[in-house]
Each structure stands twice: as C-alpha cells, then as structure tokens.
Design a protein around this ligand. Structure first.
Ligand code: TPP
Length: 621
C-alpha cells in the first residue's frame, strides 16, 4: 500500500504508467538525437517518476519557486530522463524533447542552469551530492521546508568527493537531504566493483552515519515507503540504495553490458524498445497531479553599502588578513554573504566572519571539493558564497571550479598563500599556478590586490559582481599603497609611477609590485626612469592603460610575478598588447622552489628588486 503521510496518494498504476512514459520519452529523444544514454535513464525511471509525481512538492510552472523541493541529477548523463520528467510535469511541451542535444535547444547532453529547472551543472560525475549539501544548507538558512533529492549512479559513487559529502552531510545533520543511488551494477565499460551487493552498500553508508535504506528501485510502492521514511528521519540524511537494472523494460538491453551510452537506432531497434515500453502504459493517460510547495516567506533584508576601510598609511597588512576583515564588513552589509572554509580559516582569516556570523559560516573540514560544491549549491539559491583556502589547495578542486564556471555560478573564490613569498613551508604550500587555472575558465574575474585597501575594495566589488571571481592574496604583510577612498574597478589597473622620460613599463601585482617599486627607486638613483603599473585585475585586463603605458615607454614592457611562467600576468599582458607591436618580457618562477625565507626566495627565483633592476638595464641597453 502506498503511504499517505509525506508522499501523495498517487495510484501505483499511475506511477508505473508515468515511469513507462519517462522511459519512452528518453528513448525517443536519444534515438532522434542519435546519441545519449537511454539505458541509464531506464534504470532510474521509476525512482524519478515516484519523486516527481508523488513525493516532491514543486511548481512546474515556476521552477525557481523558493519552496520547491530540489532535485539534482548527479548522474548528469541521464539528462533525457530529467527533461522528460519536467516535460511530463507540464514545464514545457514534450515535443521539445525531440530537439535534445541540438544547437537550437537548451536540452543539452548534460544538464546546465541554462535550463531554469536546473540549479547546478552536472555531468562530471561525483559533484551532485556536494551541491545538494549547499541546497540543503540554504533551506536551513532560509527556514524553508523544501527537501533536496540527489540522484547518483553506483559507478559514480566511486568518486571520493561523494564520500567527502557523505561525511559532512552527516556531521551537519542534514535530514532535509536525501540521496538516491541507482544501483544498476553497470558502469560505462565494466560492471561496478560491488555490483548488486546491496548489503555492502548499506554497510558503507551506515558507517558514514546515514539512514541507509535498501529498496527495489523498480517497485514504486517500496520506493514510496522509503521516501516516506526518509522524510520522517530526523537528525541525519537518508540514502535510498535502489537496486535496479540498466536498460530496465527493454528486453535486449536490460542488465546487459555494452549498452552504456548508446542510443537505439532508428527503425527496428528503437521500434522494438518502444513497443515493449509502450505495453506498460495504461490504456488512457491518467490525470497527473503535482504537489505544490508552500507559498514563499517574506523576502530577506536588502543589502547596504559596505563600510569603507580604515587603514593608516603606516600600516603593514597581509592581503589575506585584509580579505578577512572585509568579509566581516560584507557580512554586516549583506545577509546573503556566506563563507566556507576547509580547515584553514585562521590562515585565510575567514574565522573572523565565522565568529561574527556562525549561522552563515560553514566549516567543511579538509575536503576542498565538497567546499566548492556546497558553495555552488548555495550560490545557485541566491547566496553569495566566499570560499577560501590556500590557492595551492584549490587545484585539487579544479574540476569543481570548472563545473562551477559551466554553471555560471555566482561564487567567490579566495586563494591565499601564493607564490614563493610564503617562504619556509616550501613548494607544496605555494600557489604558483592559480592564475593560469582561474584565467583559463571563461567568465571568471581574476583579481590580485597588492595592499589592504585594494583588497578591501576588490572583495567588496567581488560580492556585487554577478559571476565567478577569484581573489589572489598573499601571506606576508605588505605596506599600504592607497588612500582608503581610492576607487577600483574590476578590469582596472593603476599607474603608480610615471614620468615623461620612462624607458620601460614594469607590470606587477602582489609582492612583486613592491619589488618593482624598489627597483624604480634604485633605477631613479642611476638616472633611469621606469613606469610601474599595478595590474590588480588580470581578467578582465585594462588593455587601454597597458597599451598607453607601453606606447609611452618605447613599446617595452616587463612583467614580474610570483607565479609560474605559464598562464599568469606575463601571458595575460602579452595576450592584451602583443598584437599591437608591444614587446613583453616575463619574469616569473621557472622551477620548483625550495623552502627558505620569503626575501631569500624572491631573490633566489629572480623576482627581487635587484633582478628587476638588472633586467631593465639589459632590456633598455
Ligand atoms: C568524473 C567523470 N568520470 C568519467 C565520466 C564518464 N562517464 C560517464 S557515465 C559513466 C559511467 C557511470 O556509471 P554509473 O554512475 O553507474 O551510471 P549509470 O549510467 O550506470 O546509471 C562514466 C564513466 C564522467 N562523466 N565523469
């Protein structure tokens, strides 16, 4: 008997009919496209039918309704099933499904937020549950009763990021989060390790502290019961371990290897599949009723302008510390600002925000992928998440960053401890490729403040900017360069030293900017004038100022950066002005550095004022 509490009383016959419809639509659309993953859709069709047409509360005409239950298709290759469910629920015309995977349609091969019913892009496996944590945390923050469902594959659950999420969801007691693993025992090229050993799955998830329910994933009554239990479980998240068959309902593909990622060919093959699936339809289409969400609560308080900084000209402040101080001011000004940490909050100074706003601060422990994924989930719901760790450790979450860019997420990343100037801790802790990594992603603003005032304003601008932003900060204390009311823009730069006699322009940011300023003074003593530009915005780049500076200095430029040579300031400046006949020379870190004192290392790797002086003299001679 279907339960009557949390889940609706949709007759089982209706759900079975709808599951058959979802399979049919998935087969039809992939066959029309000539590619896709129909068998991965078929294994999960009953799960999705039960969720969409009996369990979840949502408004299909308003996918952004704040109280809609959220559904994340972590196994993004089953996109046709997701699209079919929304179409069948009334969000759009099912005929549109036949334009799957075409340039003319947003029904792409894997889901992206181009579609208004998709919160986060999926398709790189092992990211949906992390985003689900962000969605579940958002419900908690907004005191909404919506629930978050995340559908994963069993092959997918090899990914370590899923187990990062599993650990943290339990720690956070996210009982509004429900994962479903579609255990169809097949991956792409091989059966999964555990195949249908459901007890092994139960033992793993239970050991992680989840309410783990093993269920027949093709038994709609059993699924309804399991979702009901999930809804009633307090204090921990639930996972449904659904035993299924890949290609369910199509005799020649069901539970067979070699059918992953293959559309059924038009003609005999697809006709046979569709005939078998159609035999499961009710003679006349049943009435489908979707459970609607509660009306929205009142809108949160509006943001105020952020308070200005109050640094003294004699102060010496690390940019990471200035970032932490600004984050607190942003928290005061804007209730949407939240922050996430991976156990380095006393190094990135997000601990200040955490102490002031404990409800809006999320410690994800040493699990950077999960930190970014949860941040993406929160950002998808209108929060402004600042995610901060050592720049070096963002590299291990790069695929999450890449997917966040695909989602066009409003996420703010901060990477601290960059370059050789961190000193004694050595190369494993030095962010030396972060600029390249961030600048490679379209739509990411890459900012690199040198002093505390600039850090303040760039952090504030980042919060207001719609889109992803990366802020690079340093470990050592640096002098104040700017007045507290100096104006900065994303895409701007500052000419700090200039004269009519300048022979060359040095472009730098961060610690090397101060070396460039020292070199300027030393060269001035020797009668050589140079221009110095603070390139605090690397993407977008201030091409106009760079070009004007180059033109005024014999079309000669020198970039100096505490970063590896590829993909950093040098390459960004070259790309901006090279075609205009400007010669750009680069100074950057070109080998794996050693431990040492920051000043020693800057000198050892050729970035100190002394090296800049030598290089300038050589270039202008
Ligand atoms: C991180 C990542 N690695 C590899 C792939 C390629 N891939 C796509 S689907 C798939 C198999 C997935 O198996 P499973 O999670 O069990 O899903 P099923 O299709 O069997 O439901 C693989 C390896 C991917 N999309 N993402």
């Amino acid at each position: 008997m279907p339960p009557t509490g949390l889940t609706a009383g949709t007759p089982l016959a209706t759900l079975n009919h709808l599951a058959a419809r979802l399979r049919i639509l998935s087969v039809r659309s992939t066959t029309e496209a000539g590619s896709g993953h129909p068998t991965s859709c078929c294994s999960a069709a009953d799960i999705v039918a039960v969720l969409f047409f009996s369990v979840m509360r949502f408004n299909p005409k308003n996918p952004k309704h704040p109280n809609n239950d959220r559904f994340v298709l972590s196994k993004g290759h089953a996109a046709p099933l997701l699209y079919a469910a929304w179409a069948e629920a009334g969000a759009f015309n099912p005929d549109d499904l036949l334009r799957l995977r075409t340039l003319e349609s947003d029904l792409e091969g894997h889901p992206t937020p181009r579609l208004n019913f998709v919160d986060v892009a999926t398709g790189s496996l092992g990211q949906g549950l992390n985003a689900g944590i962000g969605l579940a945390l958002n419900a908690r923050l907004d005191q909404s009763n919506y629930r978050t469902y995340v559908l994963m594959g069993d092959g997918e659950s090899m990914e370590g990021s899923i187990w990062e999420a599993a650990e943290i969801a339990r720690h956070l007691k996210l009982d509004n989060l429900c994962a479903i693993v579609d255990v169809n025992r097949q991956g792409q090229s091989d059966p999964t390790i555990l195949q249908h050993d459901m007890e092994a799955y139960r033992a793993r998830w239970s050991a992680f502290g989840w309410n783990a329910l093993v269920v027949d994933g093709h038994d709609t009554a059993a699924l309804l019961n399991a979702f009901e239990q999930a809804g009633q479980t307090k204090g921990k998240p639930t996972v449904l371990l659904a035993r299924t068959l890949k290609g369910k309902g199509i005799s020649f593909a069901e539970d067979k290897p070699d059918w992953h990622g293959k559309a059924f060919k038009k003609g005999e093959e697809a006709d046979k599949a569709l005939a078998e699936l159609s035999a499961r339809l009710l003679p006349s289409p049943p009435k489908v009723e979707i459970r609607l969400p509660d009306p929205p609560a009142k809108a949160p308080a509006a943001a105020r302008p952020v308070a200005p900084p109050e640094y003294q000209p004699s102060d010496s402040v690390a940019t990471r510390e200035a970032f932490g101080a600004t984050l607190v001011k942003l928290g005061e000004a804007n209730p949407k600002v939240v922050a996430l940490d991976a156990d380095v909050k006393n190094s990135t100074f997000t601990d200040k925000f955490g102490k002031k706003f404990p409800d809006r601060f999320f410690e994800t422990f040493i699990a950077e992928q999960n930190m970014i994924g949860a941040g993406v989930g929160l950002a998808s719901q209108g929060k402004i998440p600042f995610v901060a760790t050592f720049a070096a450790f963002l590299t291990r979450a790069y695929d999450f960053i890449r997917m966040a860019a695909i989602s066009k997420t409003n996420l703010k990343l901060m990477g601290s401890h960059v370059g050789v100037s961190i000193g004694e801790d050595g190369p494993s802790q030095m962010g030396l490729e972060d600029l390249a990594m961030m600048a490679a992603q379209p739509g990411v603003a890459v900012l690199y403040p040198s002093d505390a005032v600039c850090t303040h304003w760039l952090t504030a601008l980042a919060a207001d900017h719609q889109g992803m932003v990366y802020i690079r900060t340093g470990r050592p204390k640096t002098p104040i360069l700017y007045k507290n009311d100096e104006q900065f823009t994303i895409g701007g730069s500052k000419v700090l030293r200039e004269s009519a006699k300048d022979k060359l322009t040095v472009v730098a940011a961060g610690v090397t900017l101060f070396e460039a300023l020292k070199a300027h003074d030393e060269l001035a003593k020797q009668g050589i004038a140079i221009r110095v530009v603070d390139l605090y915005s690397i993407v977008p780049i201030d091409r106009a100022t760079l070009l004007a500076s180059a033109r005024a200095t014999n079309n000669l430029m020198l970039t100096v950066e505490d970063h590896y040579a590829h993909g950093g300031i040098g390459d960004a400046v070259t790309a901006a002005v090279n075609a205009d006949g400007v010669k750009v020379h680069k100074m950057a870190v070109t080998e794996i550095p050693h431990s040492g004192k920051p000043d020693q290392l800057l000198d050892r790797y050729g970035l100190s004022a002394r090296h800049i002086v030598e290089k300038v003299k050589k270039l202008i001679s």
